[in-house]
Design a protein. Structure first.
Length: 735
């Protein structure tokens, strides 16, 4: 007899399918789920007419993690599960590799990465005592220090803490030729002022000034002193600490720091950003050292402050006084913006002012209108939400023979996207490709453009993928909100590989807040009842695989969504994934068990109930309670096993906590479904009456239902007729 097993094996090998062995105690649907989990991202190949295989299945992109970070992640994981950490030599190598990569790419260390690096540093310092310098040389610590000076757009508490640890270690170690304690001190002060430690930085700078003898206060020392105080001033301004800012300004001047352009800019822009009229005008009018004119950035902030607060008269007097001096080219650019906004000059008037500027500086070819002049005017038009005016200024620049640069096309994309002109934005994007962009300043507007393309009713998929491919080729990371929009677009098109690829490429570089925004977008997709169940399951699979930090509450919401869709099998798989999680804080709680059992009761899924109940029996962290027994009674009653539900009623009555009104309602429902359930129902009712327990309308209705379920209609009629005199209230619709 020919072997059917052999033919089945070879057939599945040729079609790249998983092997399925049928079990009489396992449903067909469960087997299908297992097969689908195996082949979710690896669909089987198809053979063509002539027997040649089609192109191989697309491979999922590997996760892109910074070099060295993976080993430090292992240390964090082993620490949480209280397991043996990786070897110290490997951790030291990973530490150095990570910070060398950050310095090479000029990337900021985000808060998550800083936390893992700090944990690694402390672990080596506290445990690797047999090796000199606990495995890290002085140059390694310098590299970490320099990498931590670039601030991310994230929480900075860990940066502050790590900077203290690094500086303390550098202070403990002997100095070597080529190193400078003053340089370490300056960098430490800078990091403190950028991470919320400006008060401590101020105290350190005061100690530095007081500890320096008068004979050593050279011109070089004066410059260093001014630089340190400027760090502290900017730090207090960043922290919005006005009282300390004022006190520090007086202290800095007392220590010999002149009120120079930088000092003037810090104080004026701080009060201007707070819309403080008195403070802005007072610090602006204070004479600058050597009677130098204000910085053009200060003038730009003063202009914006005046427009916001309707201080046009004061603003006009300031700029007219500035015109009487000999402004430099960047200041002239701000003057043109003042004329166009505060004075309301038209494009032709601004053009005339440019001619005046040229006539006033006939010998200085550097003071001529250039593309930065027109870019500033375009920015002013954008701030006034006037794209038509922005186009007119660009046309004026072209008329003057001034060629647009990368900044021009970036601004053009910005206001065209804001106006909904996506075709015009694409033209600006195409022109931008031939320009040299510094520091990826085009990234914010490109992200804005991609999100706009994804948000329209009929997205241009080819255009979107082309732009994303350009970013990928340049090794540029899109913003988290852009990745969210792309993931939702790919989900709607069932492009699972693209979702996995883009998340693997970028998600492990984002902060926790950014990762949460991407996850929440996928979560919102899961909770939208308009989306089909298959796509929702795919979205959940991605959340589970990529966003392991997702808490139990969020996972429970997804579980309940599958219960609402009458897919208790999928909901119980979500519960099982929580149950199998390696971390205790991500595992289901007693409340999670109760919500799962209530969901099973809605679906009346006996197979799922047995599975969850067995999990609960094996879970040593779950203590039985009345609420948990209530959920079990509800689930077993719904699954037509009311006799088992009554066993849990016995457990409730024998417990210290005892039954609640909810327990009584549920047990009466169980009596309603159980054959000859009128007997236990009457026993419970009579006991309640003997104990003079107050009867609520819900409990009475449940008892009536228990008797009616046993066809005792005469008794039910008698109960309802004497209801008002017996329990003090009449029947309602539920009764």
């Amino acid at each position: 007899m020919r072997s059917h097993l052999t033919r089945n094996v070879f057939r599945r090998l040729l079609s790249n399918e998983a092997f399925l062995f049928k079990c009489p105690y396992r449903s067909e649907h469960a087997a299908y789920r297992r097969y689908r989990a195996v082949s979710l991202l690896q669909p089987p190949t198809r053979r063509t007419l002539f027997g040649f295989s089609a192109k191989p299945p697309r491979q999922v992109r590997n996760a892109d993690i910074d070099p060295g970070l993976s080993r430090m992640l292992d240390l964090s994981l082993m620490d949480k599960v209280q397991a043996r950490p990786p070897p110290a030599a490997e951790l030291a190598e990973a530490f150095n590799t990570f910070f060398a990569h950050k310095l090479r790419t000029n990337e900021a260390v985000n808060n998550i990465q800083a936390g893992h690096a700090l944990r690694t540093f402390r672990h080596l310092r506290d445990t690797n005592t047999n090796e000199e310098g606990f495995g890290l040389q002085l140059s390694d610590i310098h590299a970490a220090r320099d990498a931590m000076m670039k601030m991310p757009s994230d929480k900075l508490e860990t940066h502050n803490e790590f900077a203290r640890e690094l500086f303390a270690e550098l202070s403990r170690r002997p100095w070597r030729p080529g190193t400078s304690s003053r340089m370490n001190f300056k960098k430490f002060v800078f990091v403190l002022t950028q991470t919320g430690g400006s008060l401590e930085a101020k105290n350190l700078v005061e100690e530095f000034v007081n500890a320096t003898p008068e004979g050593e206060k050279t011109k070089q020392w004066d410059r260093a002193n001014a630089e340190l105080w400027n760090y502290v001033l900017k730090g207090f301004a960043k922290e919005s600490n006005e009282s300390e800012l004022l006190h520090t300004a007086m202290t800095a001047e007392a220590s010999g720091v002149p009120y120079n352009i930088t000092f003037h800019e810090t104080m004026t822009t701080f009060y201007a950003s707070k819309n403080n009229r008195k403070g802005t005008q007072s610090w602006y009018t204070k004479p600058i050292h050597q009677s130098k004119p204000p910085h053009f950035r200060t003038m730009s902030e003063v202009l914006r402050f005046s427009l916001r607060n309707n201080e046009i008269e004061w603003c006009n007097s300031v700029f007219r006084a500035l015109l009487e001096t000999n402004p430099d080219k960047p200041t002239w650019d701000v003057i043109f913006q003042w004329a166009a906004s505060a004075l309301g000059k038209g494009v032709e008037d601004v053009e005339h002012m440019m001619e005046v500027m040229v006539r006033r500086n006939p010998q200085d070819n550097s003071i001529r209108p250039d593309i930065e002049t027109f870019n500033g005017l375009v920015e002013m038009a954008i701030s006034r939400n006037d794209p038509y005016l922005a186009e007119r200024y660009l046309a004026l620049g072209l008329k003057s023979g001034i060629r647009p640069n990368a900044r021009t096309y970036i601004l053009q994309m910005d206001y065209r996207v804001g106006a909904g002109d996506l075709s015009g934005a694409q033209a600006a994007y195409d022109a931008l490709q031939s320009e040299e962009v510094k520091d990826r300043e085009d990234l914010p507007v490109i992200n804005k453009y991609i999100r706009a393309l994804c948000s329209v009713n009929s997205p241009n998929y080819d255009r979107i993928t082309s732009i994303v491919a350009d970013l990928d080729e340049l090794k540029v990371r899109p913003e988290a909100d852009t990745v969210s929009a792309l993931c939702l677009l790919y989900l709607k098109r069932n492009e699972l590989h693209d979702i996995i690829d883009i998340l693997h490429a970028h998600c492990f570089h984002y902060t926790l807040d950014e990762r949460a925004r991407i996850r929440d977008a996928l979560l919102e997709y899961c909770l939208d009842s308009r989306n089909n169940t298959t796509s929702v399951w795919d979205a959940y699979t991605i959340i589970r695989e990529i966003f392991d930090e997702t808490d139990t509450k969020t996972r429970t919401r997804i579980m309940n969504e599958f219960f609402n869709r009458k897919r208790s099998d999928m909901a119980c798989y979500v519960f099982g994934h929580m149950r199998q999680h390696i971390r205790q804080d991500k595992r289901p709680t007693a409340d999670t068990y109760m919500e799962c059992l209530v969901g099973i009761a809605k679906c009346a899924d006996k197979e799922s109930l047995d599975m969850i109940h067995n999990m609960m029996k094996m879970d040593s962290s779950i203590e039985p309670s009345t609420r948990l027994y209530n959920s079990l009674m509800l689930a077993y009653t719904a699954c037509d096993e009311a006799y088992r539900a009554l066993n849990f009623w016995t457990d409730i009555t024998n417990s210290i906590e005892g039954p609640t009104y909810n327990s009584i309602e549920i047990v009466f429902r169980a009596c309603e479904k159980k054959p000859f359930g009128d007997k236990p129902a009457k026993e419970i009712w009579n006991k309640m009456r003997r104990m003079e327990i107050e009867v609520t309308p819900e409990v009475f209705s449940a008892y009536v239902g228990a008797l009616a379920g046993q066809a005792l209609l005469a008794e039910v009629k008698t109960l309802i007729e004497g209801m008002e005199s017996d329990v003090g209230f009449g029947p309602d619709m539920m009764t």
